[in-house]
Unconditional design. Structure first.
Ligand code: COA
Length: 199
């Protein structure tokens, strides 16, 4: 594992797509495969590259964890630095009815991230590993690296939202000690971890 470098970006975009359907391959689900990573990965690489860590197999980057240290500040930066280009690439359709239109809407509404943040868990994260590097302790190791980086910045805790049907990921987070937090709806599970936890 090592810190993210800009040359990893294309590899990581592919990781995001190949794990983006509740943990399964989302290739071809949307008009362009860049849409998912442009919502869930690109903003973090652009705004918080110092909190991105990758699994490097020697051949390629096959996994990542990315995060925002302060979700409120991240939302403001997203609106200022990411949204203009995103909005030009993905125009809004209202009302948003199809899964693709709803994903585009989410990309236009970074404020939606604020709903899950709290004083105790102001940071949030996304983690994805390609199937061939899963189940070897690398997810745990990436979370450990991220917790250290967040601790060094004085951040007390980190949260995330995961689809309720992604039971494998939920089992992983619970194993690491994440606690279940109030969720906005039945389709989402919200989990939080103090950065002082040893994982
Ligand atoms: C979820 C994910 C990040 C976990 O990373 P990983 O490297 O496979 O997990 P690790 O090998 O580090 O597992 C750490 C611990 O969690 C446990 N764990 C992992 N997956 C589990 C599962 N499906 N069920 C039960 N326990 C599980 C492991 O047994 C291990 O416990 P141990 O260290 O006490 O033996 C990875 O599998 C992944 O990227 N999945 C696809 C994308 C995804 O769903 N991302 C999350 C979206 S919110």
């Amino acid at each position: 594992m090592r810190p993210y470098r800009p040359g990893d970006r294309q590899d990581l975009y592919e990781v995001c797509v190949r794990t983006g359907d509740g943990g399964a391959d989302a290739t071809g689900l949307f008009t362009t495969d860049d849409l998912l990573p442009d919502v869930f990965l690109g903003p973090y690489l652009a705004i918080e590259p110092g909190l991105a860590f990758v699994v490097d197999t020697g051949e390629r980057a096959s996994g990542y964890v990315v995060a925002a240290a302060d979700t409120e500040r991240f939302v403001a930066e997203h609106r200022r630095r990411w949204l203009p280009r995103f909005a030009a690439t993905y125009p809004l359709t209202e009302p948003a009815t199809t899964p693709e239109e709803r994903l585009v809407l989410l990309g236009h509404r970074p404020e939606a991230m604020l709903a899950l943040a709290s004083d105790r868990y102001p940071a949030h994260l996304h983690i994805d590993l390609l199937p061939d590097v899963q189940g070897r302790g690398l997810g745990r190791a990436l979370i450990r690296l991220l917790l250290g980086a967040l601790r060094a910045r004085g951040v007390p805790g980190v949260h995330l939202g995961v689809g309720a049907r992604n039971t494998a990921a939920i089992a992983f987070y619970e194993r690491l000690g994440f606690a279940t937090l109030p969720a906005p709806d039945d389709a989402t599970v919200v989990l939080g971890l103090s950065t002082s936890t040893q994982v």
